[in-house]
Write a protein that binds this ligand. Sequence first.
Ligand SMILES: [Zn+2]
Length: 347
Amino acid sequence: MSEAPQGYQGFIQSGPDEATYMRGIVLFGENTASYKFALTRALLDLAEQQYTSVTLHELAPHFAGHILRHVRAGKVQGTMRSSVFLDAAQAHLDGQMNLEEFHAVTAQHAFRYVLDLYHRLPGGESSVQFYVQERKPRRLVLTDELLSLSADQRGQLTHETEARWHLVEHAWTQTREGHREARRIAFDSSSEELVLVPWRHQTRKALTKFRPALSGYQKGRCFYCFAEVDLNDTVLSHVDHFFPWSLGFRLTDTDLNGVWNLVLACAECNAGPGGKFDAIPDRRFLERLHRRNSYLIDSHHPLRESLMRETGGSAQERWTFLYRLWERLREWQSRSWNGRPTSGRPF
Ligand SMILES: [Zn+2]
C-alpha cells in the first residue's frame, strides 16, 4: 500500500488551496455546536456580497438566519445542555422575541467562542485564515483568501456545508434521544440520498442529499480523473459504485451500496468513451478509495460508524477488506480499468 498520509493530514497536504482549508474546517474541525456551519455560510454570503469587513452587529443577521432555518426543522444544534443563543432562537420561533431582539442576542452571545475556534484544525491552527479579528472596534476583517473564492467554489462549499450540517445535527439528535448505538447510514440509489436504515416498524429517514455530502472529501472533483464535477448537474456528475453494482450478486456478505464503495465521478469516467462502466478499477484507484474512506473516518460522526462497521475498525483492517474484495471480484471479472487522462489536481 502506498505511504501517502491518511486521514486529515493527507487531505490538507494534497492540493492545499483556499477551498481545501475551508473544507478542512467544515469536515474535520472540532465542534460542539453548529455555529461553525452557520459561520461558514455567513462568511460565504458576505464574500458574495463583497463585504471586506463587518461588525458583529452586521454579521449577526447572516449568522442568525442560517441557525433559524435549522432550529425550525427541529434538529438538535449542539451537545451542550443549554445555550442563551439557541434558547433565544427558539423563543423567536415561538413568537416570544422579535427579530431585532434576536439579532441583538446573537451579536452578544453567539460569537463568544466560535470566532476564536473557527480556524482550529486537528494538529493546530489552519494556515489559511478567512478573517482577522479586530478588537477596537470589534469587527472581522475578511481576508483575500475568503474573497478570492470563486462563485463556483462558494456554491460547492455552500452545498457541502449544508450536507455536513444535516449529518452532524442528525447525530446530535440521536444522542439526545438516547440512541446509544449508532445506526447504519446507507445510500438510497433511487432518491440519491443518505438514509438512516430503520429499526423494525420505523420508516426510512432521509438525512441529506448524497452528492454534496460526499463531494467535500473529493474536493469537488471526479474520483478518477480529478476534473471538477458540478454537483447540480446530474448528467455530468455521477454517483459511481467503485466495485460495480452488477457484481453484487456474487457477494452474500457485502453490500456494494455502502458509502465506502461510492464515489463521485464525471460522466466521461463513469460511462463515456474509454470509461469505467462495469469494470473493476486498477489497484492505484483501490489505494485512492482507501485514502478517501480514511477522510470520511477522520471526519467523525455519523458516517464514520457505518464505515467502520462495514469495512473494519482499523486502517489495516479496512485496507485488507478492500484488497481481498478486489482480488475476489477479479476472479469473476478480470478486465480492470486503468482510468482516463487526469485533468486537474489530485484531491
Ligand atoms: Zn473523471
